[in-house]
Design a protein around this ligand. Structure first.
Ligand code: FAD
Length: 400
């Protein structure tokens, strides 16, 4: 019998962490990891590149930092689908790749919920090209305003008032004074609007923290509007408040209203909802014991709420630890472990030195929360890239 092959799809938080753990276990198998790009991107920091406060290189590092060439082959390609019957991964540029065991960790895509114009005209915070586009677009609008002083060019609308929206708005409003100065614009002329269907922003946080976050953003000039985005066309965002259809004229519209799992999941015939597969307790796919799914493509039910846990890097990394253990167990014919999620809390940044969140059951806000956020980011760099990567890419700007 030939050597078995474990194939990992996606080198984000889940995929790369699982590879690192597997390599440490030295299983007697061939390891292959496939990713669209040759770099790993810290997706939790994408909003900073979008706002223009961090360069893309600052939140990425080469996948090669993690790969042990003696054990692992890296293939840079786009996954198109999985042929479960033939046990093959279908790739854009390479021949189909046969696997014995498959770990899918392909992450998220923006979810338009079928709202007209979102897919075509909205900007989204989803990967490096998308956030570079946002930054370019925002700055181009400021340039255009100097030639055509139409308020539309100075109006930024963000659809959704969840975690990503708050992190982006925090970063953007922190950076606005610099942008205004660079493009010779009076900051008071700039208009930043956040649209959300209910006044209940940031539902995952304690109300006092959510109120702190929205107060901070309001103080920096963000206008919160209650409404449901209804349609988007270039330069116009239509939203509904009750039966009233209203419109905002805006040169920039950024959609943060929701994400779904990779479209590869539906294309591969998995039983899924919004690109997420409800996985077994050991992270295998029901009726496919040779396939595990983790991260934003998986759905794990929170026994307390009966709802799937929110998709986060935190859960993806914890699942990766179990997936590595279970893949190694499968290869060796040993029993697998059931995944148990231990939440360590969540911190939402609100710009350079401000944040709010809950860690180990305690509420934090302001500078202490921001300090904690940087520690969390450095920890995830160590967990995936190792100490050297953390020293190269870590966040050490702890000064106020
Ligand atoms: P990802 O980390 O997204 O990795 C997926 C990988 O697959 C990527 O490398 C991608 O290039 C690759 N890929 C995708 N499709 C293909 C394909 N077809 N072919 C080949 N390769 C492909 N979570 C937290 O825990 N804390 C936070 O503070 C936090 N903040 C966030 C802030 C923002 C702005 C955003 C957008 C998200 C944030 N999240 C946060 C959520 C977190 O980023 C995701 O839950 C996490 O990235 C999911 O990890 P993953 O391993 O499933 O996928």
């Amino acid at each position: 019998m030939g050597r078995k092959k474990i194939v990992i799809l996606g080198a984000g938080y889940g995929g790369l962490r699982a590879l690192k753990k597997l390599q440490d276990m030295h299983p007697d198998v061939d390891l292959v990891i496939i990713n669209r790009n040759d770099y790993h991107c810290e997706a939790t920091l994408l909003h900073e590149v979008a706002a223009g406060t961090t360069e893309a290189e600052g939140i990425c590092y080469p996948i090669n930092y993690v790969i042990d060439r003696k054990q692992t082959l890296f293939i840079q390609d786009t996954v198109l689908g999985v042929d479960q019957k033939a046990k093959k991964v279908i790739l854009e540029r390479h021949a189909p790749l046969v696997y014995d065991y498959l770990l899918i960790a392909l992450g998220f895509e923006p979810e338009s919920f079928g709202i007209q114009g979102i897919s075509e005209y909205a900007l989204a915070i989803s990967d490096i090209p998308s956030v570079k586009r946002i930054r370019r677009h925002l700055e181009n609008e400021l340039v255009k305003w100097r030639e055509d002083p139409n308020d539309e060019h100075l109006t930024v609308v963000v659809g959704g008032a969840g975690f990503t929206s708050f992190e982006f708005l925090g970063e953007l409003t922190d950076h606005l004074p610099k942008l205004a100065e660079r493009y010779h614009i009076d900051q008071d002329n700039m208009h930043v609007v956040c649209i959300e269907p209910t006044p209940n922003v940031l539902p995952m946080f304690d109300r006092r923290l959510a109120d702190y976050g929205s107060r901070k953003l309001r103080d920096r000039g963000v206008e919160f509007v209650i409404g449901r985005v209804n349609r988007v066309v270039p330069g116009h965002v239509y939203y509904k408040n009750g039966d009233n259809l209203k419109v905002i004229h805006a040169g920039t519209f950024i959609w943060t209203g929701g994400v779904r799992g990779s479209s590869v999941i539906a294309a591969s015939g998995f039983r899924q909802h919004r690109g997420r597969v409800p996985v077994n307790a050991d992270l295998t796919v029901p009726d496919a014991g040779d396939i595990m799914i983790i991260g934003d493509c998986s759905a794990v039910i929170d026994p307390e709420s009966g709802q799937p846990f929110p998709t986060t890097a935190q859960i993806a990394i914890q699942q990766a630890n179990y997936a590595a253990y279970n893949l190694n167990a499968l290869v060796r014919g040993k029993p697998m472990k059931n995944f148990v999620y231990k939440t360590k809390g969540t911190v939402c940044s609100l710009g350079k030195n401000d944040a709010m969140g809950q860690v180990l059951g305690k509420n934090f806000k302001g500078y202490p929360a921001s300090f904690m956020k940087k520690v969390i980011e450095n920890r995830s760099l160590v967990q995936i890239g190792g100490v050297e990567t953390m020293l190269k890419k870590g966040r050490f700007n702890f000064n106020r």
